[in-house]
Design a protein around this ligand. Sequence first.
Ligand SMILES: [Zn+2]
Length: 146
Amino acid sequence: MTDFPLTGGCNCGAVRFEVCAPIPIASYWHCKRCQRRSGTAASANAHPAEGTFRIVDGEDKLRMWKPDDGGEKWFCGRCGSHLFGRNPAHPDAIGIRMGAFDGNPGTRPSVRQFVRYAAPCEPIPDDGLPRNPESRHARIPADRDE
Ligand SMILES: [Zn+2]
């Protein structure tokens, strides 16, 4: 059972967010950029419906890095927790880092992306999820990153 709003935040508690409706889709990202950003082999991201995600506290603590060829990566400037990515030009405009939810977000990743760059230290589990060498939206031009 999932209660709404879903809530989440960073390690130090400065930044808090919520999602007010069920999340349509979530995905694993295996790109090197997500590996470096998260310090893990893959990053699980939940993609909320438009207008259902908001920062409820600590907006002034948020910091962002935007690579030239990718979307914004938002994190807490105090504790360093990565919280979400944003790219208005992308079909999945918001990617909430799933480890940042307080409880059960009510959805699980249903697809893997950028598996061409998967970390050699952690083989991709044989879980039957679709595996895309690049973005799952690879038919869309200039869609290299979230
Ligand atoms: Zn923090």
